[in-house]
Design a protein around this ligand. Structure first.
Ligand code: BTN
Length: 258
């Protein structure tokens, strides 16, 4: 793994009302989340520390998938004080909404940017970003990947970049500090009030509530009507027989639905 301190090109500091959070920007790293986890293990992290990179050589997505990290895109991870594992699923939604809200403020047709449960950011139905939550010792590491300028050619029609609708600076580094701030604020609200404020606003962000979807859970695939989320952030699915709430899984779009 690249050693952050040996590959350190910039070190911005960002002040907010609660203090100064360092923001490390690396030229190239295998994965910003791995590099930040390395700092957590070494005892060099604290709440709010963020690490971004201009390029990643082994970016990771959920389920061990490769994350295509193209130049000009946003690749950043933020260390937060740990939350229990049982809350990670709802935090994925909390951070997805926080990132979505921030980006919407910078876009034309902002309502076309939505969150697909549990962690995908979709622009006009195609993947434009994602959130990866991982625990490391006393920290929760939030990895944020956004296709700001480029979308991977190998993903063809599945992925998209935000460039065409972006009204603000399309320089990734301009968004590191405000995105980190959005994450910290959302985490603060969640810490104080729990999931309920996010449950209330989910409908503003959610992709395809009311549609037929398939939800993959391990080897099982369930089909039904997406009936929103419950108070814990689990996806609710109305099937022929039942209404199920699924805490962890992945929504797969049905043919002709994406
Ligand atoms: C997903 O949609 O599966 C989550 C993608 C998360 C990608 C980001 S890019 C910054 C951070 N570093 C990584 O290796 N992954 C996350």
């Amino acid at each position: 793994m690249a050693k952050p301190d040996q590959n350190h090109v910039d070190d911005y500091s960002f002040s907010d009302t609660k203090g100064v959070f360092p923001l490390i920007v690396l030229e190239e790293v295998e994965s910003t989340s791995d590099a930040l986890k390395h700092l957590c293990r070494a005892g060099d992290a604290r709440h709010g520390l963020a690490l971004a990179a201009r390029s990643q050589t082994r970016g990771r997505g959920r389920h061990g998938r490769e994350w295509f990290s193209l130049p000009g895109n946003i690749m950043m991870s933020v260390a937060l004080q740990k939350a229990e594992l049982e809350f990670h699923a709802q935090l994925s939604l909390v951070f997805g909404m926080a990132v979505c809200r921030y980006l919407r403020g910078l876009m034309q047709s902002p309502e076309q940017l939505v969150v697909k449960w549990p962690n995908d950011l979709l622009w006009q139905g195609r993947k434009a970003g994602g959130i990866l939550l991982e625990a490391e010792g006393d920290f929760l590491v939030v990895g944020i990947g956004i296709n700001l300028l480029e979308s991977p050619a190998v993903m063809k029609d599945e992925a998209v970049s935000l460039q065409s609708s972006f009204m603000a600076s399309a320089v990734a580094a301009a968004h590191y500090a405000p995105l980190r701030q959005a994450i910290l604020e959302a985490y603060g609200i969640w810490g104080k009030h729990g999931f309920s404020p996010f449950h209330e606003t989910w409908a503003e962000f959610a992709f395809r509530v009311g549609s037929e979807v398939r939800v993959r859970q391990g080897d099982d695939v369930l089909t039904g009507c997406y009936d929103g989320i419950n108070a814990d952030g689990a996806l609710c699915l109305k099937t022929d027989k039942d209404r199920l709430c699924i805490a962890a899984g992945e929504v797969v779009l049905l043919e002709g639905n994406g």
